[in-house]
Ligand binder design. Sequence first.
Ligand code: LLP
Length: 435
Amino acid sequence: MHSLHYVGQKLHCESVDLAAIAQLHGTPTYVYSAQTIANNYQRLAASLTGLDLQICYAMKANSNLAILRHFANLGAAFDLVSGGELRRVTAAGGAANRSVFAGVGKSEAEIRLAIEAGVYGFHVESEPELARINHVAGQLGKKAPIAIRINPDVDAKTHAKITTGKSDNKFGIPLKHAAEAYAAAAKFPHLEIKGVQMHIGSQLTSVTPFAEAVAKVVPFVAELKKTYGISYFSIGGGIGIIYQDALASGQQSWWDAKPEAERPLTPETYGATLKPLLAPLGLKILLEPGRFLVGNAGVLLSRVEYLKRGANKNFLVVDAAMNDLVRPAMYEAYHEIVPLTRDSARPALKADIVGPICESGDCFAKDRTLQSVGEGELVAFMSAGAYGYTMASRYNTRAQAAEVLVSGSRFELVNGRESFESMIAGEKIPAFLKT
Ligand code: LLP
């Protein structure tokens, strides 16, 4: 469920007419619903009540400071993957000391920053990383809390580029070698063995791979608790969202019309399936959801520049491009595209929806049928709250989009559109080229 819906013929986010935002702040602009984020967070937390739960929002999905503060206010901690993300947590007023630091390539400088900030745990991906964290902690005269990421070798059955829990992925340590890795960790004087972690992939739409992976790892986790007195088990993120029927799925009636067996993965199913497997461990359980919390809370607003009628097909050229939202170009991802003003009397249009960038890959949708939208009219890309702005680039010297947060009938710009001056601020022409 989410808070994007038509009021009359106009698409709203909560109580705000999205066209008003486009009018005021231009396009392309990302808009996020604070209410949807809060609902998603609270539903997920409620589905696992009874467990000692710590939700670490995977901020790579959307790391705008306003979004981070909203999560901090909701009680979330963070799953971060770089020194930059750590600094964002602090800048937003989030709790670094309840946050976890993941990633296969942590640098010494990042490790130092994280130890000084007192992170809750380093999620370690390799034995050389254990040695490096131990070394930096020693220099600082501290003990660094660690959890080793286990690769359970379970097929998450999702897109190849976002599956992470198979043995041929670069992530984690295979379950069969994990005991040795923990034994190695125990020998380092500046490490505190605090937990264990896994994450099998992203955009999972069935609970089965989660259950399979958790069931596979739980006996080992229980063993670690006995041997090293670990206090937490992080089961990662990965809960998928609805892309195909994104708009309709905002309504309860859409869910009611679906037979139980055909419903996409809900937090309730996730919680009900995993709780019985996790509860007997008697450990703190960490979750690292990203997409589920913010994905359906965001849209990307864009204006139609041209309707180009070709010999064999139509092209709807919009002012957003692959630099703003790269998921379709990168993963062949589907994003529903809807007009901001609907008018069922208008004929349907079949077209490729493309951006202005000079690449054939700058295509959001092929042969998509949508209500006819003409030049100058506005559309919304649904489900753009996760891995949208955070994956944006400046390709073709296109400025990064603006971002707006909505709450009820209020909205505020939370990131202004980038200016040309700030885009080139770090660049310079060297003296030897100046004639
Ligand atoms: N924890 C770890 C260790 C991760 O690697 C990830 C995501 C998450 C948590 C959060 O996963 P989520 O709950 O959002 O599925 N850019 C891709 C997704 C990449 C996900 C990378 N890791 C996309 O746009 O689909």
